[in-house]
Design a protein around this ligand. Structure first.
Ligand SMILES: Cc1cc2nc3c(=O)[nH]c(=O)nc-3n(C[C@H](O)[C@H](O)[C@H](O)COP(=O)(O)OP(=O)(O)OC[C@H]3O[C@@H](n4cnc5c(N)ncnc54)[C@H](O)[C@@H]3O)c2cc1C
Length: 369
């Protein structure tokens, strides 16, 4: 999120400093999965419309940065398969297919929620997993998280207006004095965009008295990367929280757990092994595939589940940019643009859903115990 904000600052010619406590991409964004999953096409609202526009725009955004850096982000609109194990799920899927006809269109772009009797490609998903058929969603895509970070970081390393500072921990922010406090002294700012993943929440909590609940929490996730030598163009598979994401170079990512309680934020355990077992049953091509990495990270989940973006009601000079939870990669470029434009009081060509506003999350935290 912060890297995208810095990219937008650079494009707008704003003098900016991006400060990270460690190395760029060391947080939740530095994982292995990178699924870009659309919301369901039914019960359409401005949040779903915002995501649709963001998912479509991302393809061009990434192509522009890839051209500028000569690097690949491992992006592909690979589509998604969802097995339908029961007849009633097929009925629901047919309804969603009609919803997608109406809602999944943007200019010349059309995306579909096809309901199929059998998988579109053989040798990938286990045919028996879809006794009542398969959904084939043509909007879903994927990106390689670390490759995307490398593209963003490379673009910023050539920047004229943005300075990157790694290994500097922001200990506190004093918005009255417009300073960020670090072990090496203070950084003065005109505007500060706070994009510290889950660590944004305690900082914002400290600046927001009178709440009954914290503004957000970390939710642990575990995922793994396998060497499987399968076609990189195969669809992402999704079922009940299990993602199987084919990437370039014969790599396949499997995820993710969702843990509100955990002892060690960065370790992996049997919950990941269970996901791997489920993935191998769903996809015979993974049966003998070697696991080359097991990884865990902490997602930033805001109190109202949605992203948390925008100026603090008491401190307009402090702008939040966090709370991407499970859908950050498909939205970060747009959320960051909105945050930068709000910081500079430049109008945007698009409107953020009201539910994403920091002020909305503060209202929820003030009432919810
Ligand atoms: C297992 C797993 C699988 C996931 N899969 C997907 C997926 O398929 N698709 C998807 O869209 N999302 C997915 N997510 C969610 C996604 O990774 C996160 O929502 C997203 O990365 C959050 O980005 P962020 O920039 O807000 O936070 P982060 O990536 O955590 O970045 C925060 C940065 O702030 C820095 N920082 C923190 N505190 C300070 C401080 N005090 N001073 C200076 N710097 C600081 C950190 O060092 C870090 O670099 C997944 C998450 C996990 C854990």
């Amino acid at each position: 999120m912060g890297l995208w904000a810095a990219v937008h600052a650079e494009r707008l010619g704003i003098e900016a400093m991006l400060v990270d406590a460690g190395r760029l991409g060391q947080g939740a964004s530095g994982g292995v999965l990178g699924a870009l999953m659309p919301y369901m096409p039914d019960r359409w609202d401005n949040k779903k419309q915002f995501q649709l526009e963001a998912l479509v725009a991302l393809e061009t955004e990434i192509a522009v940065l890839e051209a500028a850096t000569g690097l690949s982000a491992g992006y592909r609109r690979s589509s998604r398969l969802i097995p339908l194990p029961r007849p009633h799920l097929r009925k629901i899927a047919l309804g969603h297919s009609r919803d997608a006809e109406t809602n999944w269109r943007l200019g010349e772009h059309r995306f579909y929620w096809h309901v199929l009797d059998s998988p579109p490609a053989s040798g990938w998903i286990e045919p028996a997993s879809g006794e009542s058929g398969f959904v084939h969603d043509t909007l879903a895509a994927r990106v390689a998280p670390r490759s995307l970070i490398a593209v963003l970081a490379s673009f910023l390393r050539q920047a004229k207006h943005v300075r990157l500072v790694e290994g500097l921990d922001i200990q506190s922010i004093d918005p009255d004095r417009c300073v960020a406090v670090t072990p090496g002294g203070v950084i003065c700012f005109h505007r500060c965009i706070l994009s510290a993943g889950h660590r944004s929440f305690p900082i914002l909590d400290g600046l927001t008295p009178g709440r009954h609940s914290p503004l957000g929490q970390p939710v642990k996730g575990q995922a793994a990367l396998l060497k499987a030598d399968v076609d990189a163009g195969l669809p992402v598979i999704f079922r009940d929280g299990l993602y199987i994401v084919p990437h370039e170079g014969g790599l396949v990512a499997v995820g993710s757990t969702s843990e509100n309680r955990f002892d060690d934020p960065l370790s992996t355990d049997d919950q990941l092994e269970d996901l791997l077992t489920a993935a191998r049953m769903m996809t015979p091509a993974l049966a003998g595939a070697e696991v080359i990495e097991r990884w865990a990270g902490l997602r930033p989940k805001a109190i109202d589940r949605d992203p948390m973006v925008g100026a603090h009601p008491n401190y307009p000079q402090l702008i939040a940019l966090t709370g991407g939870f499970k859908v950050s990669f498909g939205l970060a470029h747009r959320l960051a643009e909105a945050a930068v434009r709000e910081a500079l009081e430049i109008p945007s060509s698009f409107k953020l859903p009201q539910g994403f506003a920091l002020s909305n999350h503060i209202t929820v935290a003030s009432h919810k115990t």
